[in-house]
Design a protein. Structure first.
Length: 229
């Protein structure tokens, strides 16, 4: 197998790449990395000493590709599917990259503030930081509600890099800071994401690890149901 993906099945940025791989039908071998296991981390550190996941190793081409957005663009270039995840049109491509960054910076990052704070001891909690993260998520949700009116996907009418970023960001963010009930466009968009075979497969594979998620008690059961068929 030419492509090796170093990943953890609970990590949202790894989910982003897995969704792209499954969406494009790219064959690969997953190398599960256990963060607390030095022996498990050693092969990753050998090729990418920073140690952050995901990292794609293209053995055939001799390329080591870190960072989720860069990995997906690399796959689009060298292992494309039927529909590119970054449109060829320059304006649509720029818009796609913008919304990819939006989900990473304004949904993923504040969501991770909630998760990190819950992992801390009581005396280490950061209520001000969590409140700021909640405000950022509220702003992001409102922007997405407006953006998604009349749209099936975030950009250009087709599933793209932006949607790969959206699925894991919204999956976890919607648990730590539920979407407002009146945001019908956002809620229906999230439902469409979760119905995509590439997304469902990613979360089916992640399910055995959900007990490790600090907000497991808040996970809606319908999100955890196995895909039909």
């Amino acid at each position: 197998m030419d492509l090796l993906l170093y990943y953890h099945p609970l990590a949202s940025f790894c989910h982003k790449v897995l969704i792209a791989l499954y969406q494009q039908g790219s064959g690969f071998r997953g190398e599960l990395v256990e963060p607390g296991n030095p022996a498990s981390r050693e092969p990753l550190l050998d090729i990418w000493p920073v140690g952050k996941m995901p990292v794609l190793h293209d053995v055939r081409r001799g390329a080591v590709v870190p960072e989720s957005s860069i990995i997906i663009e690399y796959l689009d270039q060298h292992y494309p599917g039927e529909v590119p995840l970054v449109p060829a049109d320059p304006d649509a491509a720029r818009e796609t990259r913008l919304w990819d960054r939006f989900f990473d910076l304004y949904v993923q990052q504040p969501m991770q503030k909630f998760v990190g704070d819950r992992l801390r001891g009581e005396h280490e909690r950061d209520p001000r930081g969590v409140a700021e993260a909640a405000a950022t998520l509220d702003t992001a949700y409102a922007m997405l509600e407006n953006r998604l009116a009349g749209r099936e996907w975030v950009v250009a009418g087709a599933f793209s890099l932006a949607d790969c970023a959206a699925a894991p960001a919204l999956f976890y963010a919607g648990i730590v800071r539920p979407f407002p009930r009146e945001y019908g466009h956002l809620i229906r968009y999230f439902d469409r994401l979760m119905a995509c075979p590439s997304v469902r497969r990613t979360y089916d594979e992640a399910r055995p690890y959900f007990h490790l998620f600090p907000y497991r008690d808040a996970m809606p059961e319908h999100l955890l149901a196995p895909a039909e068929g």
